[in-house]
Design a protein. Structure first.
Length: 756
């Protein structure tokens, strides 16, 4: 084990030499350093701006920065697509600051997907403004902005930074207070465009429809400047988001330090079952070695629970050498002050390591990290490159280690490095016309400004929706106009980010005299993570849920010290409401349509740290939740006489497990966005069926994509199970929910029948 301060090169050397590590390295990919490609500053650039850049050592622009400046200045909306840490910020800061210097009244609105990113970019632009002594007012406007400053921002803010949630609930509904912004809006910056996919992207596309509608009302027509990490369809996504013609800028001129990308597969601890050592424990070993060498390291994990488990392990491991405070956790649900403190600690070097969910995947400036360790494949190639980009952000050598879990998707990626390094990243999909989402935003838009006969919402005809809302007595029609007629304020009840409209607040009652709010969680997640007796982890501290008040949406937790965490099961029933698409042959039918999903949290298990053995369980008493959504499903119309019902059930469970892992390869989504449910006898046709449904009311287009590619997805699932070295099924192919010795052969038999 390494200890004491070492350079990143010494750590890389150690990885090459340490036999216990070397035998688990499946692939070592080195990306050589690349020199910058630059061009002279544009002649029209304001002298003060030029001077500020010179003071920062910038005398020329990267090719993509110059292209973005020229496109924006000529009134073209654009999307700049370059890797992490390639200077995308100047793609929008330069044209915006130039315009404000030329015309004092000009305004710009910056949208960042998270508050942390908005705060970070405020520091970046303000440094530039102060260094040059530019007469420009730049502010962030979010939930943390004090009330006494808000009026100043509205009246005199020339560059206003916010997030889509704040735009949706606090700016657009009160547009009459923001007249100077909307009348003079020249630029809208949409940073980290690739984040706007699925549910969140579909919501934000509608928020942008509302924004552009208000701009037209005040007589402005702003240019959009979008930036994105590498995805397969940045131009298509940008044009779908803003419903305008967009120019693609991808001539990246930024330099790049040498980067080592290591694929690491934990050792097999049970050969017949092909069970590998836990990825979490391997991450503890690898990240612990980096931290003890004082290499600044970021560790990514896919879930909040996993973040907290790894954080607990690492703090324990290095508390004597570095002190527990030198390793911190970072994820959604933390309070803003905690997040700011962690970001500045990373920049100053007081914090050596941070364990994060994908919250830090985005471009928050956390300084010069040298190493990145991923606990499992993040779910998409684009995300993996974003996370890898957090190491070696400026120059110099960096190291990225992806530690695979037993998940089928992880095992596929780790065994097919060519797929990862050579394939185009995934396609980001949104569906702004999802009826549930669309109706919500038409309500908000009607509150903001009345609709007239013949109005469209973006490019969409909405007369049917307006008539429906009139019948429901939400809107009032007067001649050829529709007005909001409700007392309530629609935006407050609509969350842009989660499938449930309301969050559960988490309250710490450890101190009887002083109850404090320590976080929040969406209701669907709360069913399995905040039920009574659940262990909730926050900043490495364990809390037990004393009570989940489902009606009041409050979870009361108390600090405890136990050697286990909890994991809950969800029981799901499905019913087909309507079939929209269908194809079949003599043995298989494939369909797509609307379904009703009934989900219920049933039991929870207590799982011991280190050994991960099950040490107890208990029931969960929560009401059933109903969800209407879209689904693809595939049924066997041919009878399976050779399999008993029990073997058929085990085979379908194995096939569903494999499909859940494989689907994100084909549809750019978080694995949590899509659910796979097998049924021995589906209620609508009494046939063995596998349902794949969108985990969101009304669906967001993921299962429709699955329907189109069903044969390819089934083929990939069959291949990955057939190639798995286990004898009768394992966590890398068909899961561990079945103990049948025939499970693997039965799963393959069923998948091959689906592929006839």
């Amino acid at each position: 084990m390494l200890s004491n301060k070492r350079t990143i090169q010494q750590v890389i050397e150690w990885l090459h030499q340490e036999e216990s590590i070397q035998q688990n390295i499946v692939h070592w990919h080195t990306i050589e350093e690349r020199a910058a490609v630059t061009l002279p500053m544009p002649a029209e650039l304001h002298p003060l701006l030029k001077e500020a850049l010179n003071n920062r050592g910038i005398s020329q622009l990267y090719t993509h920065q110059l292209s973005a400046f020229e496109a924006a200045r000529s009134g073209k909306s654009l999307v700049a697509v370059t890797p992490t840490a390639s200077g995308k910020t100047l793609c929008y800061n330069l044209p915006v600051l130039q315009s404000v210097l030329e015309e004092k009244e000009a305004r710009a609105l910056y949208l960042f997907p998270t508050k942390a990113l908005a705060q970070d970019q405020k520091s970046e632009i303000n440094e530039l403004i102060q260094e040059a002594g530019l007469p420009i007012n730049s502010y962030t406007y979010d939930g943390d902005t004090p009330a006494n400053i808000r009026q100043k921002v509205r009246k005199s803010g020339q560059v206003i930074m916010t997030n889509p949630d704040m735009l949706h609930s606090a700016i657009l509904p009160h547009h009459t207070k923001w007249v100077s912004l909307f009348e003079n809006l020249k630029y809208i910056v949409l940073d980290e465009l690739h984040i706007y996919r699925g549910v969140f992207g579909s919501h934000v596309a509608n928020v942008l429809r509302r924004l552009q509608r208000i701009c037209r009302y005040y007589g402005s027509d702003p240019v959009f400047i979008c930036t994105s990490a590498t995805i397969a369809n940045p131009l298509e996504l940008a044009e779908a988001m803003i419903e305008k013609k967009v120019e693609l800028i991808d001539n990246n001129g930024a330099p790049q330090g040498k980067k080592h990308f290591v694929f690491y597969n934990p050792p097999i601890v049970n050969k017949p079952l092909n069970i590998r050592r836990s990825a979490t424990l391997e991450v503890r070993k690898l990240a612990g070695a980096m931290l003890k060498s004082k290499i600044q390291t970021i560790i990514f994990a896919r879930s909040r629970v996993r973040v907290e488990i790894i954080l607990t392990y690492l703090q324990e491991l290095v508390k004597n050498e570095l002190g527990a405070k030198s390793i911190r956790g970072y994820r959604g649900g933390y309070l803003p002050t905690q997040r700011r403190e962690i970001e500045s600690g990373l920049r100053s070097g007081d914090i050596y390591g941070v364990v994060s969910t994908n919250a830090l995947e985005l471009g928050v400036d956390i300084g010069q990290l040298q190493a990145c360790v991923m606990t499992g494949y993040p779910g998409t190639i684009a995300s993996a490159w974003q996370q890898a980009g957090r190491a070696g952000r400026r120059h110099g050598e960096s190291l990225v280690i992806m530690v695979a879990s037993s998940d089928p998707l992880d095992q596929y990626i780790i065994e097919h490095p060519d797929y990862f390094f050579n394939k185009n990243p995934e396609t980001a999909r949104i569906n702004p016309d999802n009826l549930v989402i669309l109706v919500d935003h038409i309500k908000c838009a009607a509150y903001e400004l009345p609709f007239k006969q013949g109005d469209k919402f973006g490019q969409t005809d909405i007369e049917d929706v307006l008539e429906f809302l009139t019948e429901e007595r939400v809107l009032h029609q007067n001649n050829d106009q529709w007005f909001w007629m409700n007392d309530s304020f629609p935006a407050h009840n609509i969350s842009l980010r989660s499938a449930s409209q309301e969050n559960v607040i988490i309250i710490d009652i450890s101190d009887v005299a002083n109850h404090t709010v320590i976080g929040e969680m969406d209701r669907f997640s709360a069913m399995t993570l905040l039920h009574d007796e659940a262990i909730y982890l926050h900043q490495g501290v364990q809390f037990q849920v004393e009570e989940l008040d489902w009606e009041e949406k409050k979870a009361y937790v108390r600090e405890v010290d136990v050697d286990y965490f909890t994991d809950a099961n969800l029981a799901v029933q499905l019913q087909v409401l309507e079939e929209d698409k269908h194809r079949e042959n003599e043995k298989v039918s494939t369909s797509y349509g609307d379904v009703a999903v009934h989900a219920m949290a049933t039991i929870f298990k207590k799982i011991k740290f280190d050994t991960h053995e099950n040490i107890g369980s208990g029931p969960i008493h929560l009401p059933e939740v109903e969800l209407h959504t879209n689904s693809a499903w595939v049924s066997l119309t041919d009878e399976l006489k050779e399999l008993t019902e029990e073997r058929l059930e085990h085979g379908l469970i194995g096939a569903a497990y494999s499909l859940k892992g494989i689907i994100p390869l084909f549809v750019m989504c978080d694995p949590k966005d899509i659910h796979v449910v097998p049924q021995v006898k589906a209620s609508h046709n009494q046939q063995p069926t596998i349902f794949i449904y969108d985990h969101y009311p009304g669906g967001i287009g993921l299962s429709e994509q699955v329907y189109k590619q069903m044969e390819d997805i089934l083929t990939q699932a069959e291949e990955s199970i057939a190639q798995c070295p286990c004898t009768s099924g394992c966590p890398s192919c068909i899961g561990t929910d079945t103990s049948s010795e025939h499970a693997k052969t039965d799963t393959l038999k069923i998948l091959r029948m689906f592929l006839v």
